[in-house]
Design a protein around this ligand. Sequence first.
Ligand SMILES: Cc1cc2nc3c(=O)[nH]c(=O)nc-3n(C[C@H](O)[C@H](O)[C@H](O)COP(=O)(O)OP(=O)(O)OC[C@H]3O[C@@H](n4cnc5c(N)ncnc54)[C@H](O)[C@@H]3O)c2cc1C
Length: 440
Amino acid sequence: MTGKTGDISDVVIVGGGFAGVVAARDLSRAGYDAVLLESRDRLGGRTWTKPSPLGRELEMGGGFVHWLQPHLFAEMVAYDIGFEPVAPIDTVYYITDDVVKSRPVEEYKAYVGKAQIALAAGALEAFPAPHTLFPLTPAAQKADQVRLLDHIEAMDLEPEQKQMLKAHWTLSFNGPVEDGSLSQVLRLVATAGGTFQMRQASASSMMMAGGTKKLLDAIAGDSTATVHLSTHVTAIRHDAHGAKVETSDGRVFRTRRVIVTLPVNALNSITYSPALSARKTAAATRGQVSKGVKIWMRAKGKVRPFIAFAPEKYPLTMAGYEYDIDGDTILLGFSPRSGDIDIADPKAVEAAVRQWLPDVEILAVDSHDWTADPLSAETWSMYRTGQLPDIEEFNRPEGVLRLAGSDFALGWVGHIDGALETGRRTARQIMTELAALETA
Ligand SMILES: Cc1cc2nc3c(=O)[nH]c(=O)nc-3n(C[C@H](O)[C@H](O)[C@H](O)COP(=O)(O)OP(=O)(O)OC[C@H]3O[C@@H](n4cnc5c(N)ncnc54)[C@H](O)[C@@H]3O)c2cc1C
C-alpha cells in the first residue's frame, strides 16, 4: 500500500469501521482516489471477530444481524454470506423487587411480551417511513421529548411488568437509561417493521455465518482504496477547495473531500478548523446513552440454555447461554456501566452471574471495553430525549467535510446496517459533488 501524502486525493475517509470501509469501496470502485485512515491496527471498528482464549472466535463488538436490515442484507446476499441462528433457550431468570424468579420462556414471553407490545404501539405512527426519518412527524417530535422511564411508569401495567420493561430497555440502551428517550424505542421498533416481536428477533436471533469479519473482509477485498492502519487523525483543516488531514505522527493528507466516521461520543476528539457547527459540537458533547460493556464467559460444565435479566442497579443486566464448547458453556453478558465490573477477573464476573445462577463457575472471561476505549467511547448509540433533530444536523455537510457512521443513520441507528447505510449514502453524495466539479 502506498502513502499519498504528497498528492491530493479525492477523498480521505477517517475511520475504518463498516461505514468507512464501505464508503472506501464504493468510491474506489467508482474510480475515485480514496484514502482510508484508521487509528487501530485493524479494520472493523466496533465489530471485531476475534479468536478468543475462551476457545472459539467471538464477536467482541456488534454481532447480531437480521434480514430486516436492508443495507446489511443486500451486502450479505451480494457476497453470498448466510445467517446463523442463535441457539434456542428454555428458561428465563429475572429479578424484580430484588427477588430472583424464573419462568419457562414461552410463559415469560407472554407476560412481558404484552407489556412490550403496549410500549411499541405507535411506533409506525411516529416513524411511518423509518428509513427516511426527516421531516419528523408530530408523533416522533412528541415522543422525543418523553423519557422512556416516565412513559413506562405512566403505562397501565402491573408493577412487576414495569420493572421488567425497564430492565429490558436498560439492556437495549446498554447504559443508565434515565434520560433515554421514548423516540429511540419507537424508532427501533419501526425499523424492525413496527412490531415488538420483530424488534426482538432483529436484536438477538441471528448472527452472520463466518462472523462479521467475513463481510468486512469481503467489502475491504473489493476496495482499491489506499488504507493506512495505525494512523491516528488529530486535526482536519478545511476550506471551500479541500482539506488537510493531520495525523499524530506528523503526516498531512491533502484531499478534496473528507468523510469522518467517528462515533458520536468520540466525534469531538479531532480538532476541526473551522469548528464543526455549534449544534454538532454541543450534541456530541452531550453524547448518547450507551456506556456499558459486553462480556464473554466460559462456564464450567454444561449450563442449561437460559437468558437472565436484572434491573439497572445490578452489575450485569443480562446474561445468557450462547454455545456449548468441549463439555463447557460459553455465556454472554452485558453490564450497563463499564467499570462497574472487572472484566478481566473471572471471579468478579462469576459473582455477578451468581445473582441468577448461584452454582455457576466462570473459568475465563473475554471482553473489550469500548466505552473506555477513546476510539469509540461508547458501545452502540442510543439517543437521549431531545436528540432526534440532532441526527439531521449531523447529516448536514460542513463544506467539504461530511459525517458518516451508524450513530448518524437515518434507519438502523447504532447498528451495522446503519454504518453501511451512511457509508454508502455519503460516498454517493461525494461522487455527485466531485462529478459536478469535473463538468463545471
Ligand atoms: C459491544 C457491542 C455490541 C454491539 N452489538 C451489535 C449488534 O448485535 N448488531 C449490530 O448491528 N450492531 C451492534 N453494535 C453496533 C455496531 O457494531 C456499530 O454500530 C457499527 O459497527 C459501527 O460502525 P461505524 O463504522 O459507524 O463506526 P466504528 O465501527 O466505530 O468505526 C469508526 C472507526 O474510526 C476509528 N477512529 C476513531 N478515532 C479515530 C481517529 N482519530 N483517527 C483515525 N481513526 C479513528 C475507530 O478506530 C473505528 O475503527 C454493537 C457495538 C458494540 C460495541
